[in-house]
Design a protein around this ligand. Structure first.
Ligand SMILES: [Zn+2]
Length: 286
């Protein structure tokens, strides 16, 4: 029995790992509760066993993600899209464990983003993923991370796509909005994943707990909803499960936030990514 919530339901940021985790079974669970569309972000390279020495080494990570997205699309009444990039935490692994200097790490990560942008240019991926560590780092690592993020914005402007960011917990990213603007990328097409209910500067992808969602709904600003489901058997319960977005959409509708549901699942996805979650939805007519 599949629920029909009468609206597209998009989880804007999750990971799927058929090789180690629940994979398509998690997608089926999402669908059963009324979920329709997914933005699938590649797992951090090291969790897929890739320790890159050169930018081309990221291709294995990206290719595996594209395969997973194709399988997810088969299972969805709507579809899935890939978001490809380099996890900002990689810089610490390179610098602390593999003797890269911060500038060498920066160059490798920028190169990985350039490879990711080729997939976007070819129409095989929807958006890029970048950002900076959410934990304390040295000034050199912080600067290198900001330089990587700037490169992601430049590439987003070049290939005309949105950029999802992983950053420190904050409700003010006007500094990165200014960097995006300088790089030629509209800051509204920069999306902070794991966001609170409100965010200055860029578009929030709100973690789907009720308090955050209520704030986002009341704020009458563009927002997206996500779980950051990691699909990692070693980290169960780290984040929200795949059922969460459809469940919270049902709750928002019950609370009378129909307009906010439309904002998060139709209008903001259209404005940020240029995707149409209604036209890409096939429902059996009843
Ligand atoms: Zn994530």
């Amino acid at each position: 029995m599949t629920e029909d919530l009468g609206t597209p339901v998009l989880d804007n940021h999750l990971h799927l790992d058929p090789r180690h985790g629940r994979g398509i079974e998690a997608v089926e669970e999402f669908v059963r509760l009324g979920g329709t569309h997914l933005l699938v972000v590649n797992k951090p390279s090291w969790l897929l066993g890739v320790e890159p020495d050169e930018p081309a080494d990221f291709r294995a990570v990206f290719e595996e993600t594209l395969e997973t997205v194709a399988a997810a699309t088969e299972a969805l009444p709507g579809r899935a899209w890939p978001v490809l990039g380099v996890h900002p935490g990689l810089i610490s692994r390179l610098v602390d464990e593999r003797d890269f200097s911060p500038t060498e790490a920066r160059d490798l990560m920028r190169g990985g983003l350039e490879v990711a942008s080729e997939y976007v240019a070819d129409g095989d991926a929807l958006a890029l993923k970048s950002g900076r560590p959410h934990y304390d780092v040295t000034d050199a690592v912080w600067e290198a991370s900001n330089a990587v993020t700037r490169r992601a914005f430049e590439l987003g402007a070049e290939v005309d796509c949105a950029v999802q960011l992983h950053t420190e917990a904050t409700e003010d990213l006007t500094d990165l909005a200014a960097v995006a603007e300088e790089a030629g990328l509209d800051p509204s097409r920069v999306v902070k994943h794991y966001a609170a209910g409100e965010l200055a500067g860029v578009t929030p992808s709100v973690m789907s707990d009720k308090d955050r969602l209520e704030r986002a709904a009341e704020a009458v600003e563009p927002f997206l909803m996500e779980t950051d489901f990691v699909d990692d058997p070693d980290r169960p319960g780290m984040v929200l499960g795949p059922k969460t977005v459809p469940r919270r959409v049902r709750w928002l509708l019950e609370e009378g936030y129909d307009e906010a549901v439309r904002r998060a699942h139709v209008e903001t996805p259209r404005d940020v990514y240029g995707i149409d979650t209604e036209a890409t939805l096939e429902r059996s007519e009843s």
